[in-house]
Design a protein around this ligand. Structure first.
Ligand code: ADP
Ligand code: MG
Length: 347
């Protein structure tokens, strides 16, 4: 095995700086009919080797927050990114298109929810993977082929030589997602962003893929940002958690703190929303009544106020900031559960 581990700690200066440091990140989307404030002033860090889970209902901005700064927005939508997104010190919001393409290939691997959208349906899987090794690592045809086989083995695909000759539609959903993971880690990135990588799959396969991601993360020493709306997944894999609501991070802390001592009423609702045993995959948060606000027309105050069981006067007047409460090891943005002093701390 030629795969090398990135050292988790290093003696080089600045090694304890976060791998990813996001500050004041906002993303506006310009669609044909509206301007959508998909992400508003978020801040978080990801350290080398750690797993940050991002949770929140569908439409809360998880995908846009992670992918827009990398220049990955679905066609037809113009995204304007502001703030800073530093990867090993380099601000991606200032990077050229060419540079972002390099960063995506080599420093950051991305696994999408739907592998079919990322694989070309008309080409066999082999050439698609081999191309990644040729383009990203400059390997020749024979070396690319050998490495494709090695990586398919690494992601748990049996009989890799035979699979390389298949078309994407000839593979199961779980197998396709393994191929996507192999492509994402091809250049041994420092950061893997997995955007609901298992949502479309059945429970057993979800579990196997999660195990795979955790194993690869250790093996390659990668940091991982895992977008999920499954609280069970968070408990299994996350070191830290960011809870998103209506484009904002409303709670941020260690997985243990957030799962055991959630402060934000939204987080509490998420944790309490136990899925029906036979609920379709992806409909996990149906226990929460009401729906998230329209991000093209933001209201004054806390975005969760209209659905919040604890709502009081201040909530509809001003937006609460992420604040550390006394006696709590993590941040929450809530006037009621995390009272704030008049002079708000900067993030
Ligand atoms: N391609 C798009 N066109 C228009 N609006 C979009 C597009 N993608 C996302 N949005 C809007 O941006 C917001 C955040 O979306 P997204 O990041 O996909 O949420 P999540 O990943 O949490 O489900 C939503 O309000 C959504 O409607
Ligand atoms: Mg998403």
């Amino acid at each position: 095995m030629t795969v090398q581990r990135h050292p988790a700690t290093s003696t080089v200066p600045g090694a304890r700086d976060p791998l990813l440091s996001v500050k004041g990140l906002s993303v506006l989307l310009f669609t044909e009919t509206a301007t959508v404030r998909a992400v508003t002033d978020v801040a978080y860090t990801v350290h080398r080797g750690e797993t940050l889970a991002i949770v929140g209902e569908s439409g809360s901005g998880k995908t846009v927050m992670n992918l827009a700064p990398l220049g990955l927005m679905p066609g037809g939508v113009r995204a304007v990114v502001s703030g800073s997104v530093r990867l090993s010190g380099e601000d991606l919001t200032q990077a050229s298109e060419d540079r972002l393409m390099q960063v995506r290939g080599r420093k950051v691997g991305v696994v999408f929810q739907d592998p079919l959208s990322a694989l070309n349906p008309n080409r066999r899987v082999g050439p698609q993977i081999e191309e990644v090794f040729r383009l990203r690592l400059g390997l020749d045809a024979a070396a690319s082929h050998a490495r494709a086989i090695e990586f398919l083995r690494m992601v748990g695909i049996p009989e890799p030589e035979r699979r390389l000759r298949m078309f994407p539609h000839e593979m199961s959903g779980g197998m396709r997602q393994r191929v996507m993971i192999a492509i994402a880690i091809a250049a041994e990135p420092e950061l893997l962003i997995a955007d609901e990588p298992t949502t479309a799959l059945d429970v057993t396969i979800q579990s196997q893929l999660l195990e795979l991601l955790m194993r690869l993360q250790k093996q390659l020493g990668m940091a991982m940002v895992l977008v999920t709306h499954d609280v069970g997944v968070v408990a299994r894999v996350a070191d830290r958690v960011a809870v998103m609501y209506a484009g904002e991070i409303v709670e941020l802390g260690t997985a243990e703190e957030i799962l055991k001592r959630p402060r934000h009423p939204y987080t509490r609702a998420l944790l309490a929303a136990v899925p029906e045993p036979d609920a379709p995959v992806g409909s996990r948060f149906t226990g929460l009544s009401g729906s998230p606000p329209d991000l093209s027309n933001p209201a004054v105050g806390c975005a969760f106020a209209p659905r919040c069981p604890l709502v009081q006067g201040e909530c509809t007047r001003a937006t609460p900031m992420l604040t550390q409460a006394e006696g709590s090891g993590h941040l929450a943005a809530c006037w009621v559960s995390t009272p704030q002093v008049a002079e708000r701390p900067t993030r």
